[in-house]
Design a protein around this ligand. Structure first.
Ligand code: GLY
Ligand code: MN
Ligand code: MN
Length: 476
C-alpha cells in the first residue's frame, strides 16, 4: 500500500486546494432560491385534498441551547413547504372554504425596532402580505383572538399535535381538544396530506434538490483530492462544509459523518475526531442544504489513495450491489425490490470472499448477511434527509409503488467491525457505504449524484497527486 510521505496538510495547503474550486463558487448563486409560485402551488394542492375545515401549521420554535445561546434556527419542513416563510414565531392557516382573498392567513412576529436591532430583520405583517402572498396577516399576538373565529362553524381541523414542543403552546392551540370535545368537530393530522404531497417532487423542487446535490458532489470531490494520511476527520468535515458554505449552502441537511478506520463501521458516527491512518478507509456521508432541500451522498475512499486488495474486494461488492439495485429503478418498481436486489448481490459477494458460508438463499433466509449489512438500502429524500412519505400505501397494502417525481437514496454498505468474531482479521475495520440520490423518471431513473466518482479507478485517479507538496509557493 503506497503511503505518500512528504505531503503535508495545513491551513495554507487547504487554502491552496480550495482555489481550485473557487470558480464554481464565484457565480453568486446564493440567492437563486425557490420560485415564488412554488409555495402557492403547494398550498393549493393541500387545500384541494382537505375535506372542508381549516388547517393550521406552526413554525418551528426557537430552541435554547445554553446561556443565551440558541441552536441555529431552521424552519419546520411542513411549514416551509406551504408558506416559504423562514422565521420563527409564526402560524399559518389554510381555509379552503373561505371566500377568495381570505384563504391563506399568516400570523407573524410584528416589526419591533428594538428587537430587530438584536436579532435582525423581520418580515412583519406588511412583509407577510407583500412577500409571502398571504391573503391576510396578523401579529402573532392576535392568534388567540382570531383563531377561535376561524373555528366557528367548522367541523374539522387539520393540526399536527405530534409536533408539540412545551415552549410552543398558546392558549388557542391548547384549547383545540376542548373545542373538539364541545362541538363534536374532528381533529386530523396534517401529515396524511402533506407527506403524500412531499413524496412527489415537482420540477422546481427537483431543480433545488439538484443544486443541493451538485454542491455536495463538489465537496466529495474536494475531499477526495485533499485527504492524506495524518489528517484528522474533522479537517475533512471542515473542508466539506467550507465547500458547502462557499457555494452558498446555508447549512448541512444532517450532521456530517466522517468515519475512518474502525469508525467507518459505525453507521451514524458523528464525533469526527480521529487521526486518519494510511491503511484506513474513510466513509464520508454528507449533504448540503439548498433552499431547505438536502442532498445525502456517501463516498468511501482509501486514506492513502489506493485500495488494498481487501478494501477493493469489499468496495466492489458494495458497488456491484448499488449498481444492480439502481438498475431496477423505474415507475412500477418498489423500494422493497431494490433492497432485495442489493441484499442478494452483497450476500453473493460475501460468500465469494469467504465471509459467509452456505448459499445465498440460506444466508438471506437466516438473516446471516445482516451481520455485515444491517440497514435499509433506501429512504425518501427531500426537505428532510429521511423525508416524509409512506413506505407502504395504504398501510398494510404492500410496498409503495414508485412513480415519477419520487427521490430516494440507494445506499448499500458492508461493515466489518474490528475484532468481529469468526472473521479473518484481514477484513477487520473495513466499512464501505456508497450512497446516491436517484429520481424516478417516466422511463427509468436519473442518478442526481452521478458526478461524484464511484468506480475504484475513478476514485484512485482523483486521489493521485492530491494534497500539496511540502513547499507550497506562498505558504510557510
Ligand atoms: N445520512 C444518513 C443516511 O444516509 O441515512
Ligand atoms: Mn441516506
Ligand atoms: Mn447518508
Amino acid at each position: 500500500m503506497a503511503v505518500r510521505n512528504g505531503w503535508i496538510v495545513n491551513a495554507g495547503a487547504v487554502a491552496v486546494l480550495l482555489l481550485a474550486i473557487a470558480p464554481a463558487a464565484a457565480q453568486n448563486r446564493s440567492h437563486a432560491g425557490p420560485p415564488d409560485e412554488l409555495f402557492a402551488k403547494h398550498r393549493q394542492a393541500f387545500m384541494e385534498r382537505m375535506e372542508g375545515g381549516i388547517a393550521i401549521f406552526r413554525a418551528q420554535p426557537e430552541i435554547p441551547r445554553n446561556g443565551d445561546a440558541g441552536y441555529p434556527y431552521r424552519q419546520d419542513s411542513d411549514f416551509y413547504y406551504v408558506t416559504g416563510f423562514t422565521e420563527p414565531g409564526a402560524v399559518a392557516v389554510l381555509r379552503p372554504g373561505a371566500p377568495e382573498g381570505e384563504r391563506f392567513v399568516l400570523f407573524v412576529r410584528p416589526h419591533d425596532v428594538a428587537a430587530e436591532i438584536w436579532t435582525g430583520h423581520r418580515a412583519g405583517v406588511e412583509g407577510a402580505l407583500e412577500n409571502y402572498e398571504a391573503d391576510r396577516a396578523y401579529g402573532i399576538d392576535s392568534l388567540d383572538l382570531v383563531i377561535p373565529r376561524y373555528l366557528q362553524g367548522v367541523d374539522r381541523l387539520y393540526f399536527d399535535f405530534s409536533k408539540d414542543h412545551p415552549w410552543a403552546h398558546t392558549e388557542a392551540l391548547q384549547g383545540f381538544r376542548a373545542w373538539a370535545d364541545t362541538t363534536g368537530a374532528q381533529i386530523l393530522g396534517t401529515d396524511a396530506i402533506v407527506n403524500e404531497l412531499r413524496l412527489i417532487k415537482g420540477p422546481e423542487e427537483i431543480a433545488l434538490l439538484q443544486e443541493a446535490i451538485d454542491i455536495t458532489v463538489d465537496a466529495q470531490r474536494a475531499a477526495m483530492a485533499a485527504i492524506v494520511p495524518g489528517m484528522f476527520e474533522y479537517e475533512v468535515e471542515a473542508l466539506i462544509e467550507y465547500v458547502f458554505r462557499k457555494r452558498g449552502s446555508p447549512r448541512v441537511g444532517f450532521n456530517s459523518i466522517i468515519g475512518s478506520g474502525p469508525n467507518a463501521t459505525i453507521l451514524h458516527y458523528e464525533e469526527n475526531d480521529r487521526r486518519m491512518e494510511a491503511d484506513d478507509m474513510v466513509v464520508m456521508d454528507i449533504g448540503a442544504e439548498w433552499a431547505y432541500y438536502t442532498a445525502d451522498v456517501t463516498r468511501t475512499v482509501p486514506v492513502d489513495g489506493e485500495f488494498s486488495p481487501q478494501e477493493a474486494a469489499i468496495y466492489q461488492i458494495v458497488l456491484d450491489a448499488q449498481t444492480a439495485a439502481m438498475d431496477i429503478v423505474r415507475p412500477g418498481a418498489t423500494i422493497r425490490e431494490i433492497h432485495v436486489e442489493a441484499v442478494e448481490v452483497v450476500t453473493e459477494g460475501l460468500i465469494r470472499e469467504g465471509l459467509l458460508e452456505g448459499t445465498v438463499r440460506e444466508n438471506i433466509e437466516s438473516g446471516a448477511y445482516r451481520r455485515f449489512f444491517m440497514h435499509a438500502t433506501s429512504h425518501w429524500l427531500g426537505l428532510d434527509v429521511h423525508d416524509v412519505g409512506p413506505y407502504e400505501a395504504p398501510p398494510g397494502a404492500g410496498p409503495r409503488i414508485l412513480e415519477p417525481g419520487m427521490v430516494f437514496t440507494i445506499e448499500p454498505g458492508v461493515y466489518i467491525a474490528e475484532g468481529m468474531e469468526g472473521v479473518d482479521p484481514k477484513w477487520w475495520g473495513i466499512g464501505v457505504r456508497i450512497e446516491d440520490d436517484v429520481l424516478v423518471t417516466e422511463s427509468g431513473y436519473r442518478n442526481l449524484s452521478a458526478g461524484a466518482p464511484r468506480e475504484i479507478e475513478a476514485i484512485e485517479a482523483i486521489m493521485v497527486g492530491r494534497g500539496v507538496p511540502e513547499v507550497v509557493p506562498g505558504s510557510e
